[in-house]
Write a protein that binds this ligand. Structure first.
Ligand SMILES: [Zn+2]
Length: 56
């Protein structure tokens, strides 16, 4: 899987991490503040379920 790339919300430092750490909090190496790693696959990004019903 590709690394998650995101920006520190405190200092703007570009960061990346493995998807395994998505949703966790890390210490920014630049500003030492705690930042949350965004989830790259939010539930709203899922494709809408196409579910035709031929029996109706
Ligand atoms: Zn930072």
């Amino acid at each position: 899987m590709e690394d998650i790339r995101f920006v520190c919300t405190k200092c703007g430092q570009k960061l990346k991490c493995t998807p395994d750490n998505a949703g966790q909090k890390i210490e920014c190496p630049a500003c030492k503040k705690t930042v949350k790693i965004p989830n790259p696959y939010p539930p709203t990004a899922k494709l809408p379920r196409v579910h035709p019903d031929p029996q109706s």
